[in-house]
Design a protein around this ligand. Structure first.
Ligand code: CTP
Length: 392
């Protein structure tokens, strides 16, 4: 992915600057040629020598005398593939959003003709402050890419979002900077994982689904430039970078969440293995076998989320999934008609369950296009390309 790419790594004054040393090492290891720009504040945390020793081609600082060129802020990004500001403080986001150029980095950002990506790092209250969020919105509208921030415990002890992504996560998220932006700024709503329907506080019924395919689609959509909302049933998976995730448990919660969110989205991809039935007589107390014996479970039907979304007046472009044990194409096409959607991604249960690969067929009204067996990530990229073709 990074072979031959010229990346300018810009470091600003945050404690996360120490992680930029590892980031530089990983970028070089993956084949990139890296130049570094450091603000004055960054040099209080790490030194230019550290980056030189780790293999940076040049380290630009605010010290104009030190540079051979009189215009380092222009030279730094001249033939660059990407300017990556990591860590990016609230201060540099504010300066960049305003188009200020009062130090080497803000001037370099203004002069950059390559894409600019920011990996924010700051206290969670600073991140959530309206001024910072306004700057992020402005920079995003101007075409900048945001990698993170992550959530968790911060250097100051506060807990919340604002932590810089780990170097490995930044590399992963960087794929977006080099991927074709097939769904640029398109808003995509995705359901993934199973739902869980309680029988009592310790027992329940669920569908077998790891969520891997849905999460891979969320990731591929985000890498294609989409704003992704992922409504997820219980899984053990990490949220893909840049994806907004809403956790739900039951089918009814998933339905309520999707119906609340859907009007904000242009595309709906229904990957979740939704339980068709919930337990009507679920118990608030644990059922005890010595008192009640085998329980009699009464099922009632859950709402069909995909069909409900497709029936909306201003329905988004809808994609469904069909996991079948037999008659794959016929069953998938029957679902396509029953739920009134233009595309169903069909697969045999045996081809996907408990696996990192999948073998799918894109089923439409008048076509069935089989894809060769591939990783779920690859299937996700193919699906995003197909959707982009359909909606554009
Ligand atoms: N789906 C949904 N809400 C439900 C059931 C299914 O949104 N209550 C969606 C799934 O996310 C998938 C598609 O509908 O995109 C097909 O799901 P599937 O379970 O295969 O279809 P069903 O309609 O439940 O049919 P059956 O279980 O009889 O095969």
């Amino acid at each position: 992915m990074l072979t031959g790419k010229k990346i300018v790594l810009a470091v600003t004054g945050s404690i996360a600057a120490y992680k930029s040393c590892e980031l530089l090492r990983l970028l070089i290891k993956r084949g990139a040629e890296v130049r570094v720009i450091m603000t004055e504040a960054a040099q209080r945390f790490v030194t230019p020598l550290t980056f030189e020793a780790l293999g940076a081609q040049t380290v630009y600082t605010g010290d104009w005398d030190q540079h051979q060129s009189a215009i380092p802020h222009i030279d730094a990004t001249k033939d660059a593939s990407l300017l990556l500001v990591a860590p990016a403080t609230a201060n540099i986001l504010a300066k960049a959003a305003q188009g200020m150029a009062d130090d080497i980095l803000s001037a370099a950002i203004l002069a950059a003709r390559c894409p600019v990506a920011y990996a924010p790092a700051m206290n969670t209250y600073m991140w959530h402050n309206q001024a910072t969020q306004r700057n992020v919105t402005q920079l995003t509208q101007d075409g900048a890419l945001f990698l993170g921030p992550a959530s968790g415990e911060q250097a100051c002890g506060d807990i919340g979002s604002g932590r810089m992504l780990e170097p490995e996560e930044i590399l992963e998220a960087l794929k977006g900077a080099f991927s074709p932006r097939l769904l640029d700024r398109c808003r995509v709503l995705i359901t993934a994982g199973p739902t869980y329907e309680p029988i009592d506080p310790v027992r329940g019924i669920t569908n077998r689904s790891s969520g891997k395919q849905g999460y891979a689609i969320a990731k591929a959509a985000a890498l294609a430039g989409a704003e992704v909302t992922l409504v997820s049933g219980p899984t053990n998976l990490k949220t893909p970078a840049g994806v907004r995730r809403i956790d739900v448990t039951t089918a009814q919660e998933m339905y309520d969440t999707v119906m609340r969110e859907v009007s904000q989205h242009e595309i709906f991809i229904s990957v979740a293995a939704v339980a068709d039935w919930r337990v009507a007589n679920s118990s608030e107390h644990k059922l005890k076998k010595e008192f009640s014996g085998a329980p009699e479970i009464i099922f009632e039907e859950n709402p069909d989320i995909l069909a409900s979304v497709a029936a909306l007046e201003n329905a988004p472009y809808c994609v469904g999934f069909a996991a079948e044990t037999d008659n794959l194409i016929d069953n998938a096409r029957a679902k396509l008609y029953r739920k009134h959607v233009p595309l169903i991604v069909a697969n045999l249960v045996s081809d996907a369950m408990n696996q990192d690969t999948n073998t799918v067929v894109f089923v439409e009204r008048d076509a069935a296009t089989p894809l060769t067996k591939a990783t779920k990530e690859h299937v996700a990229q193919e699906l995003i390309a197909k959707i982009a073709q359909e909606v554009n």
